[in-house]
Design a protein around this ligand. Sequence first.
Ligand SMILES: [Zn+2]
Length: 562
Amino acid sequence: MCKCWGHEFRAEYRNLDKLKRFFPDTCIAAFTATATKKVEADIASSLKLNDAKHFRAKTHRNNLDIKVEPRITNGRKQILNFLKTHKGLCGIIYTFTRKEAESTAQFLCENGYSSKAYHAGLNPSIKDEVYDDFVYEKIDIVVATIAFGMGIDKSNIRFVIHTSLPKTLENYYQEIGRAGRDGDMSYVYLLYSKADEVKRKIQIEDAIDTGYKQTGLDKLEAMYRYCVSNNCRHKIIASYFEDEIDDCKTLCDNCTKGEIEQVDLSVDAQKFLSAVYRSEQRFGTNHIIDILRGSKNQKLLEFGHDRLNVYGLGSDKSKNEWIAIADKLIDIKAVNLGEFRVLKISGLGMQILKGKEKLLIDSDKLGIAQKFEEENTQLSFDEKLYEKFKSLRRELAQEHEVPAYVIFGDKTLKELASKLPLTKEDMLDINGVGLVKYEKYGKNFLSLCKSIKEEFGEKLEDKIPLKKLTKTYLETFELIQDEKTVEEISQIRDLAITSILSHISLLFEHGKISKEKKAQLLEPLTIPSEIQRWIQTGLEHESLKELRKYLYLYEYLNKENN
Ligand SMILES: [Zn+2]
């Protein structure tokens, strides 16, 4: 009885079965905010309700915009980025530990956000004070452990952030449910990492009730799968509570992101599956990754897995990248999780292993690409503009009843926000805007561009339309900071010198490197005098473009003739 309520459920509730004994003829109604059908049945049976009628409301919250992302280091930059676009709104940030709640609140204050920490370790008078400050809007943000928010009476909480993986989807759904009770648009943002899952597992393993342990681990697994999935977030939550809904189309990151660059990792997937296969499908993800990365871990050596021919075959990839590959294989059910989370290869997995099926991963899921994204400094204004485009897209999507990305993908939207076209021609120049889409939605977006130009005219003139400093530029920048020369950087990065030179120019334009530094980098670069002479004579006759063509031809014919 009460097995899936778990040991955490208040013991008093279990005593409620006496009610039926004391008042046999009285009506009893039981209410719960979040419960699977299993729990619902469990509640009914433990209350000894006969022939109880069950009513379930829809799980879908259509004013919550959900976003989930892998956390980068401690996630602080991601939180700041989020807050920049939601300035002045009030919200709750949930952290894993009390200490983290304290330090995050302090960090936010230092960055100009009024916030306070709230957790069970504070003395009652301070807790009351924080609670009141939040409810009466003296502060915007409360950073709390899960202790905060139960029964809170505040309808305009505009965002809920989780800085780590919640324990269960029930917890998560309850906590995000505190946002937007007034029905206005609200935002929920979850940052997770594989390490959180491990920490949570230890917590569960420590639980006394062994029956609960397995349930707890399964629930944690569902929570983690929710994070790494590519499916509609609202739909996953609904289906967890055994409710069926359509994709939200406009209200979650997975539904709105549109086309994301796909990376073909079939060969790596084969290595991974081969390691699973060769270790006889008796181990979990971490062990397989250890084999691939050539770890000297004791358990691995004891099983003699250092003698497998896949041992060390994946040392070119980081642990995080391998985790992303494993997650994807689990998400598409190429491997299934057996007892104790042992990996078993499915039919699809065998096809991938044999090279008959491919494994494509969204580039943003690889856990590496995002490392530097937060470096963008002067972007808060751009992001504000981008938000305006996003809400217009949302309105149109709801009006036309189509998924948001069908209108324009995120990439197109960002380009619109940065170029602000004012004419049909300019708009058609933007990636992802064709005539058909222009006819349907063009006017709405043009008038938004126009109103932005009117409102922010001066500010826009100050804006230098610089190319964004993406990861590749910043990797070069790191090497420059390590005092490497242009040639060394070109070797380390395996990129042509010309590419490194273009990086240097952009880094200079962004003010990342000084004029002196630039000169110092270019100084050792020389062109041998005879080539310089030859180029100059060449240029007297031909344009540089033609010269290049002949050089290419020369190189090509030389190769063919040898
Ligand atoms: Zn969705």
